[in-house]
Design a protein around this ligand. Structure first.
Ligand code: IPM
Ligand code: MG
Length: 352
């Protein structure tokens, strides 16, 4: 298969983890006789430094023309909250321009990492959940204003925005345990009452073989830690999804091993690890490339329809971890951790 993949290494540890993911992608390409054209573009802080814009026109054009986009991470202290131009709005703009309104964030506990979590191992048995986070609406995209001593961030959702992301959750639930937990703050927020009514109707009418329950976000934050194995598909708005997926990542033992996919109506998607740019460890070979490597597996599955190849990558990552390969943040005390590229080697070996 021929495919064009736009690559956005970004900032901090982004370039390091993307480099390992590209090695894995090339190995898959050779083994299965595919022809992937990989083109790198400046994005985020690196693009602000080079072009004064976090999402230069050439980068956006390259992403829109690609079959899929692989992103490392963006941001850093150099472009902090008081900087004139910040990288985060570039990421929001890219998500909006690509129309990727559904953010899939799977949380599974790899058997090899059962002891890496701060939670008791028995709480983690059977954890296998998939967050479907709305990604191009809500408070992230509402009107923002600063007026004297008052600041405003508006949160708005339309029926259509909730319907389409609920359908994604419904379709994915059908490939899993068919249970959807929709999370909101409907005891306080009007947008949440819309979410509750619309998601309930869509699932009842279009996915009658699936169940939907509704949960307040504060309660969900608690139950995610108390009884995480009960969750299957978790459907929620942009801001709650941002917060809850960082929380849920701790079930997996490390933010470093978790991938994500952002999808819209077509096949093109934006794939990135859940972790950030970790500027404190950038350039030192300490970063865990697993989240980005697993994101390429999602890319192959969702944008290119290459399920076998996706599974090969997932199996190789699990095998490398199972054989004891560990980067610094998950290495047991007394065990020498692998560098980012040695972890890449271990996964490539497991693939061979
Ligand atoms: C994420 C990140 C982004 C978000 C930031 C970098 C804007 O935290 O992808 O979860 O809040 O969506
Ligand atoms: Mg986040």
């Amino acid at each position: 298969m021929k495919a064009n993949i736009a690559v956005l290494p970004g900032d901090g540890i982004g370039p390091e983890v993307v480099a390992e993911a590209l090695r894995v992608l090339h190995a898959i390409e050779r083994r299965h006789g595919h022809a992937f054209t990989l083109t790198s573009f400046d994005f985020g802080g690196a693009a602000i430094d080079a072009h004064g814009d976090g999402l230069p026109a050439a980068t956006l054009a390259g992403c829109l023309a690609a079959d899929a986009v692989l992103l490392g991470a963006i941001g850093g202290p150099k472009w902090g909250p008081t900087a004139k131009v910040r990288p985060e709005p570039a990421l929001l703009r890219l998500r909006a321009e690509l129309g990727v309104y559904a953010n899939l964030r799977p949380i599974t506990v790899l058997p090899a990492l059962r002891d890496a979590s701060t939670l008791k191992p028995e709480v983690l048995d059977g954890v296998d959940m998939l967050f479907v986070r709305e990604l191009t609406g809500g408070i992230y995209f509402g009107r923002k204003a600063r007026d004297g001593d008052r600041a405003t961030d508006e949160c708005a959702y339309t029926v259509g925005e909730v319907e389409r992301v609920t359908r994604v959750a419904g379709r994915l639930a059908r490939t899993r345990r068919r249970k959807i937990t929709q999370v909101d703050k409907s005891n306080v927020l009007e947008t949440s009452r819309l979410w509750r009514a619309v998601s309930e109707r869509v699932i009842r009418e279009e996915f009658p073989d699936c169940s939907i329950e509704h949960m307040l976000v504060d309660s969900a934050a608690m139950h995610l830690i108390r009884r995480p194995a009960d969750f299957d598909v978790v459907l929620t708005e942009n801001l709650f999804g941002d917060i809850l997926t960082d929380e849920a990542s701790m079930l997996a033992g490390s933010l470093g091993v978790l991938p994500s996919a952002a999808l819209g109506d077509g096949r093109r998607g934006l794939y990135e690890p859940i972790h950030g740019s970790a500027p404190d460890i950038a350039g030192r070979g300490l970063a865990n490339p697993c989240g980005t490597i697993l994101s390429t597996a999602l890319l192959l599955r969702h944008s290119l329809g290459l399920e076998t190849e996706a599974r090969e990558i997932e199996t190789a990552v699990a095998a490398a971890l199972g054989a004891g390969a560990r980067t610094a943040e998950i290495a047991a005390t007394g065990h020498a951790p692998l560098s980012t590229s040695k972890m890449g080697d271990a996964i490539l070996d497991a693939l061979a």
